[in-house]
Design a protein around this ligand. Structure first.
Ligand code: PRE
Length: 402
């Protein structure tokens, strides 16, 4: 399958320009798969799109208010997590994810017109592209030396400017840089897809709440990359985290960065439990989302308050005194997530018992059992425990007996 070429000159019908003033950053320069991913969103139609040289630069534009959202590649089914993106997300002040886009990716070898394969000495591309065409290059251009670039389109730019002989990029990238497609479909594995995330500052988008069915987390770990594996194994075996995908990359220094994907969004008990537990164990993690996965494609409306915030306000935290409070509140938020998830589960179990009992003619209430529940809470939590037990029982069976 060929990747479609985006026509940057085409303007859609006026009816398809609901948010013409949106400003998007993306991993550029022009001609990246990330640009394709961004252009696949209806919101990008007619909006101002700004290529950024790196993931960090794209997120900085968002944090400073110079862009409303940034599209970045985050994962590829063959090459894994995009380390630059995950590191940049971990370094950025609070951001969230609005949307996910998934695109099939196929690669071509691009050269200046007339270059023969035997004359290629240097080949460049994003490390992820390199990981997907390594076998092809070894067998078809073994003399070529690989030099990584921040993006495939940047590699194409380097070929155009004679800094390099060939680039591994999408076929559509050739037209942007006056290059020729020497070989197409050079990926070693068919059917690879890349996942992209549209990242924005929280609270800047309003409108209908889409069906958010995925929540991600990102953050720095104290563990060194070689220790991170053991840490992840421990987490993966926890019953709350069985359906959570956990991946780490090196932070480029001595530590690691974790990227986690949880199925489910706000209001789902299992997600709340998983998010709460992860943040409790790894307090440095930040929640991205929840957001609709690529199978759900809703539209967003921009918040009225969007332009009232200044760049100075963007992501800059308050002074030291409030930092401790913020940290502790983070912990409380994690604990509340956990509690809420657990409470929902308790509610379901309790209601099920009551249904079973009343269906067979019994009473909804079991005073003996309630006394035991009250006793346990009083014993474990002291005086306040009785009130907690009472509130719990009221919630689970309704408000009547005391
Ligand atoms: O354990 C039961 O029999 C329940 O029905 C559950 C439960 C509870 O939520 O703990 C709720 C109502 C009963 O009066 C007693 C206890």
């Amino acid at each position: 399958m060929r990747t479609p070429t985006p026509d940057t000159r085409t303007r859609p019908a006026p009816g398809r320009l609901p948010y013409p003033e949106w400003r998007f950053a993306y991993l550029g320069p022009e001609g990246t798969f990330t640009e394709l991913a961004l252009r696949s969103l209806p919101e990008a139609t007619g909006a101002r799109l700004s290529p950024a040289a790196t993931a960090t630069e794209a997120l900085t534009l968002v944090c400073r208010g110079a862009a409303d959202a940034a599209m970045l590649p985050v994962h590829n089914t063959v090459a894994g997590v995009v380390a630059d993106t995950v590191r940049a997300l971990a370094e950025s002040p609070a951001l969230t994810v609005l949307r996910e886009v998934v695109l099939p990716v196929e690669f071509a070898l691009l050269v200046r017109p007339g270059t023969r394969r035997a004359r290629i000495r240097t080949v460049s591309g994003h490390p992820h592209a390199g990981a997907q065409v390594g076998g092809w290059l070894d067998s078809r251009a073994p003399q070529a030396r690989w030099t990584p670039a921040p993006s495939n389109a940047e590699a194409a730019r380097r070929v155009r400017d004679r800094e390099c002989d060939a680039a591994v990029a999408g076929e559509f990238t050739a037209a942007h840089y006056g290059l020729q497609v020497l070989d197409a479909g050079i990926q070693d594995t068919a059917g690879a897809v890349t996942r992209f995330l549209l990242c924005a500052r929280p609270g800047r988008w309003s409108g209908p709440r889409p069906a958010a069915d995925r929540t991600s987390l990102v953050g720095r770990l104290a563990a060194r990359p070689e220790e991170a594996g053991g840490l992840l194994d421990g987490l993966r075996s926890h019953p709350f985290l069985r359906s959570v995908s956990l991946r780490t990359v090196s932070d480029g220094r001595s530590g690691s960065v974790l990227f986690a994907d949880c199925p489910g969004g706000a209001g789902q008990a299992a997600t709340a439990r998983a998010v709460g537990l992860l943040r409790l164990r790894l307090p440095g993690l930040r929640v991205l989302g929840p957001y609709p996965s690529a199978t759900h494609v809703p539209s967003y409306e921009r918040s009225e308050t969007m332009h009232t915030e200044t760049a100075a306000e963007a992501g800059l935290s308050a002074e030291t005194g409030s930092r401790d409070i913020a940290r502790l509140r983070d912990r409380i938020d994690s604990l509340d997530h956990l509690l809420i998830g657990t409470l929902r589960e308790r509610l379901e179990a309790s209601r099920e018992i009551q249904r079973i009992r009343t269906r067979s003619g019994g009473s909804q209430v079991d005073p003996g059992r309630e006394a035991a529940v009250r006793g346990r809470y009083a014993e474990e939590l002291g005086e306040g425990g009785t009130g907690v037990a009472e509130a719990l029982l009221d919630m689970c069976r309704g408000r009547s007996p005391r």
